[in-house]
Each structure stands twice: as C-alpha cells, then as structure tokens.
Design a protein around this ligand. Structure first.
Ligand code: CAA
Length: 282
C-alpha cells in the first residue's frame, strides 16, 4: 500500500502533484534543489489552496490539514521513508538519470521509482538504477490538480504488479489512468505536441494572429483553450524539449521545434510561469 510519497522538483508540475497527493490524504515528502526552491514550492501549494478557500470550496481547517501532510526540504535523504518517489525535474535525461542513481542508495528496496517525464524514455531512465523493474512513468497533465489524466508508462523492464499498483494509486487520487508503452511522447503528447507545433508554425507563417488562431480552435472546435494559450500554460521550454524528443524519434519535420519557439525560449520567455510567452501576463 502506498501511503507516503516523495516528490522531487517543485516547479509547476511538481507542486501540482504534491497538491494532488496531499489532498488525497497521503503523506508527502517534497524536495527541491535548495531551501529557496523548497520554500517556493510551499508557496505554490499555499497559493493554490488559498484560491480554493477564497472561493469557499475548502475551509481553513482542511487547508491546514492538507499543508500539514507535506514536509518540504532540500535533502534527497528524506526519501528513505517513501513508498513511491516521483520526480518532476526539468526534461533533461542527464538530470533525471543522476537523481535516480542517487535514489538507488537512499530508498527502501520495495520503493517504486516514478518519473513525470513528458516524453523521455522510461527505459533509459530505468537503466540508471540498479533495479530497473521498479521504475515506471506516472505522467500528470497541467494543471495537475485539475486534469484527470495520468499516463502510466511501462518499460519492457517494468514489473507487471508495479503497473497495476500505480494504476490503482492514480484511481485513489481520483484520476483517470491509461496504461501506455514507452514511445516518444507516449499517447497524449505525441498527438498534442504535433498539433501545437503546427499551430505555432501557422502563427509564424502569418496565417492569422495569435488570438485568431486560438479562437479558431477554442470557439470552433470546443477546446478549453487555443493552442498558443495552451503552450504558455504548459511552458514553452517544455514544448520545445518535447518537440526535440519527438523529432529525434520520428524525423518528422512538422514536430521539430519551430524557430519562434526556440527564440522565445532563448529569450527566457517561457509562458505564464515567466510572465511572457506568446502572450504577456501580470
Ligand atoms: N492549479 C490548481 N487549480 C487550478 C489551476 C491550477 N494551476 N488552474 C485552474 N485551476 C482550477 C480553478 O481553481 C477552477 O477550480 P474550480 O472549478 O474548483 O473553481 C478550475 O480549475 C477552472 O479554472 P478557471 O475557472 O480559472 O478557468 P477555466 O475554466 O478556463 O479552466 C483550465 C482552466 C483548467 C486550465 C482549462 O482551461 C483547461 O483545461 N485547459 C486545457 C489544459 C490542458 O490541455 N492541459 C494539458 C496540457 S498538456 C500537458 O500537461 C502534458 C505535458 O506533458 C506537456
């Protein structure tokens, strides 16, 4: 039974994942690379729960109980008590491999090691550990507290009981799990990111303005937001990295990172989280 989970990396996705676990009643060990980043992660959680309190959807006692289930820190050694650890650090294979290699020497033998990677190979990440059979993908969608989907990604080395255990955990969290194979972009991002890259190219080529491209897909096709707004929500750096992974895996030029996307990332315009992306935010 998974009761205590570790979350590594407390950015947009990691902080959202902490919220999901803590709201479901699990104890959470939340770790980032420094005391400041851990404090920032705590701030994200408090802000999100604060919004729910101000809307009257959560009372203050429930908020305090949820926050009380989470311990924040900057030391991976705290993961020794976890039943499952999930990492949500930036999409760079070498960072993820190094974290998993370190975790090998810290966690219990029966601890599940999960990655929230958007597109990197679970098999390659698993190879960085001594026990690849306990490594699995558990991919949440942004915003994690809202989007129901969790992709449970098995590698050829993943233990079958582990797949079932993580699928059940996702259900306990109130999510909709789907079990998928280890292919670049899995199911959702392989389809979504190719649509986003095409939308960015439509904007780049002058086909229509940003807001008209967004309106065409939101008002015309019934999506909750248009593609450029969605890119800003997910993070342009994330979209850029996933484009790179998909392009390397398929050679399909339509999924290569578009020039304007690369320029925005280089300029530090990463979308909502940095205040600028395709649009500007307060
Ligand atoms: N954290 C927590 N809760 C949030 C939130 C956040 N960041 N953003 C919104 N919410 C909550 C709001 O509090 C609100 O909750 P209540 O209904 O309880 O009041 C609810 O979500 C709806 O929010 P809003 O009323 O502010 O706005 P909205 O109705 O326009 O919904 C949205 C916002 C949920 C983001 C919606 O526009 C949406 O679903 N957009 C599409 C998002 C999407 O496609 N995500 C997948 C991205 S791909 C990905 O993540 C994969 C990857 O690896 C790259």
């Amino acid at each position: 039974m998974i009761n205590t989970v570790g979350v590594i990396g407390l950015g947009t996705m990691g902080a959202g994942i902490v919220e999901v676990f803590a709201k479901a009643g699990l104890s959470v060990i939340a770790v980032d690379g420094s005391a400041e980043l851990a404090e920032r992660g705590k701030g994200f959680l408090e802000k999100s729960l604060g919004r729910a309190v101000s809307k009257g959807k959560l009372d203050e006692a429930a908020r305090d109980e949820i926050v009380g289930r989470v311990s924040f820190g900057d030391d991976l050694a705290a993961m020794k008590d976890a039943d499952l650890v999930i990492e949500a650090v930036p999409e760079r294979l070498e960072i993820k491999e190094s974290i998993f290699t370190t975790l090998d020497g810290i966690v219990r033998e029966d601890c599940v090691l999960a990655t929230n990677t958007s597109s990197l190979s679970i098999t390659e990440i698993a190879r960085a550990t001594k026990v690849p059979s306990r490594v699995i993908g558990m991919h949440f969608f942004n915003p994690a507290p809202v989007q129901p989907l969790v992709e449970v990604i098995r590698s050829v080395m993943s233990d079958e009981t582990l797949v079932e255990q993580v699928r059940e955990l996702a259900e306990r969290l109130g999510k909709k799990p789907v079990v998928v194979g280890d292919r670049a972009g899995f199911v959702a991002n392989a389809l979504l990111v190719s649509y986003l890259a095409r939308s960015i190219r439509a904007y780049e080529s002058g086909l229509a303005s940003r807001s008209d491209i967004d309106a065409a897909m939101a008002a015309g096709v019934g999506l909750p937001m248009g593609p450029l707004t969605l890119c800003d929500l997910v993070g342009l750096d994330v979209i850029h990295e996933v484009c790179g992974v998909l392009y390397n895996a398929t050679g399909d030029p339509s999924v290569a990172s578009p020039s304007i996307l690369r320029q925005l990332v280089t300029a530090g315009r990463l979308g909502r989280k940095s205040g600028h992306g395709f649009y500007t935010y307060d």
